[in-house]
Design a protein around this ligand. Structure first.
Ligand code: RIB
Ligand code: CA
Length: 310
């Protein structure tokens, strides 16, 4: 599967990048970096650093948005992801990479329009801008997969809103309005995509990959935050890996097809709404919400990919 990834690495974004780089059936054609967990500039360095660890200096790292469409100042999350986005890991200030300006993403999309999937695991500002600047091309992209939303479950930045949709609800609505097909991985499933320190250590011990040294320290850092917030929690949810897992293993994720709206008003900002009453039916909207998944299958798939034994 050919993928163009939009992200804000960030620990779980970084694990998603590693998963995509290591998956034998995923061809990562480019990484668009934006503000979110860290600044746009830091996200760009981190993406190039991770691609470089695998010797993938060829992968374009494309500069995206610095703030949401509303123009508001952004809030970063060093307490969750570390001051530079990789927990205790400090990538060098300047990193070799195939850095490209924003318009370069159209070259990737045009060249692969027949079978390209876009995955967005950050605030959707850059993706919404891509629609705004070239609607006719973007509406031809066959599938877009988003990590975002919380449907009838608690949010993670407000009681009702998930961080990506809350960060730029206007952008999320632009994508939901214009995309041909959207597959969503919301907190309903990503909250349960837990990786423990034991799993991280197992991957470290079994793996010969260039990423192995990174896995235990970032998981430790990330888990420490989640365990502080939720005493008793064993590990941390790697939200951003789920869109890739869901794309590659659709039979293991239960989805419902429903029109989705993201609230933009102050009190409800970022709240994702869909009609999930038991009387409601798939509505032909081509907006597929992931609501349940098979954790045991997920975690064995994750380990298998991360130790490179597929
Ligand atoms: O709500 C989870 C999302 O917010 C993930 O994309 C994570 O990286 C954080 O930014
Ligand atoms: Ca993210």
């Amino acid at each position: 599967m050919k993928v163009l990834l939009f992200c804000d690495p960030g620990i779980d974004d970084s694990l998603a990048i590693i998963y995509a780089l290591m998956h034998p059936d995923i061809e990562l054609l480019g990484i668009v970096t934006s503000y979110g967990n860290v600044s746009k500039d830091q996200a760009t360095v981190n993406a190039a650093y991770l691609a470089g660890l695998a010797g993938r200096y060829d992968i374009p790292v494309i500069s995206g948005a610095e703030f949401p469409l509303s123009g508001e100042n952004t809030v970063y999350y060093p307490e969750i992801h570390g001051s530079q986005g990789l927990g205790p890991i400090r990538p060098p200030g300047s990193v070799q990479g195939n850095y490209q300006e924003f318009h370069y993403l159209y070259k990737i999309i045009e060249g692969n329009i027949q079978d390209l999937v876009i995955v967005d695991v950050g605030r959707s500002t850059s993706l919404a801008a891509a629609f705004n600047l070239n609607q006719s091309l973007m509406t031809k992209v066959k599938k877009i997969s988003l990590m975002g939303g919380a449907f009838l479950v608690p949010g993670n930045v407000t009681p009702m809103a998930e961080a990506n949709f809350h960060g730029d609800p206007i952008a999320a609505n632009v994508v939901l309005k214009y995309a041909a097909e959207v597959v969503i991985s919301p907190l309903n499933i990503t909250n349960s995509a837990i990786v423990t320190r034991e799993i991280a250590n197992f991957i470290y011990n079994q793996s010969a990959s260039p990423f192995k040294n990174l896995i235990p320290p970032v998981t430790d850092y990330y888990s420490a935050y989640y365990q502080k917030m939720n005493p008793g929690m064993k590990g941390a949810p790697i939200h951003d890996v789920i869109p890739f897992y869901q794309l590659m293993n659709p039979a293991f994720v239960l989805t419902k097809e429903r029109k989705i709206t993201v609230l933009t008003c102050q009190e409800g900002r970022g709240t994702s709404e869909a009609d999930l009453r038991s009387s409601s039916r798939n509505d032909g909207s081509k907006r597929f919400i992931g609501l349940q998944f098979d954790y045991r299958h997920f975690i064995s798939d994750f380990i298998k990919i991360m130790v490179n034994k597929v």
